[in-house]
Design a binder for this molecule. Structure first.
Ligand code: ZN
Length: 158
């Protein structure tokens, strides 16, 4: 699921995730997995330590081997609670977004934004439908519990 996007004016740096989290999230995420977390960690905590004080960060499995002399504590493989986490989701999204690169190259900025927004909406649709189904099932389950509770509370013989 893609929650948002923006066009970068400069090349990617620690500044990029810092601005994204600081400007778009009401509170900092509890966990961040990023290929350049070691530098991003320093950047974020030098600027807004109170905003990120409960954030833990990790470097994904693919990129950690490129971090010679880096803190072992940034290696997500050290944490068994992260075993099932797909650390390649960013790479997978980037690969999907490459499908629109050629088209938006010839568009005005506002058209490109709209095109990418629609593309992402399309990508998210199957997951949104799944979430709607899950929510409907949970709603039906809670309603059946309320109904059962009402039947149990009703005086017998009526
Ligand atoms: Zn590093």
């Amino acid at each position: 699921m893609i929650w948002g996007f923006f066009f970068m004016q400069r090349h990617e740096s620690p500044r990029t995730p810092f601005h994204m989290f600081y400007n778009r999230f009401p509170t900092a995420p509890a966990n961040i997995i990023f290929d350049n977390w070691c530098n991003t960690h320093k950047y974020m905590f030098a600027r807004e330590p109170s905003f990120f004080k409960y954030t833990r960060g990790y470097i994904d499995k693919l990129h950690f081997c490129n971090h010679c002399g880096c803190q072992i504590a940034y290696d997500m493989r050290q944490f068994t609670n992260l075993n099932g986490v797909n650390s390649q989701v960013c790479e997978q999204c980037n690969s999907l977004l490459k499908r629109v690169v050629m088209q938006i190259r010839y568009m005005r900025a506002d058209s490109a934004m709209e095109y990418v927004r629609a593309f992402i909406e399309n990508l998210n649709e199957p997951r949104l439908l799944e979430l709607e189904k899950e929510m409907a099932n949970e709603q039906a389950f809670s309603e059946s519990l309320v109904e059962l509770g009402n039947e149990l509370d009703a005086p017998s013989g009526s």
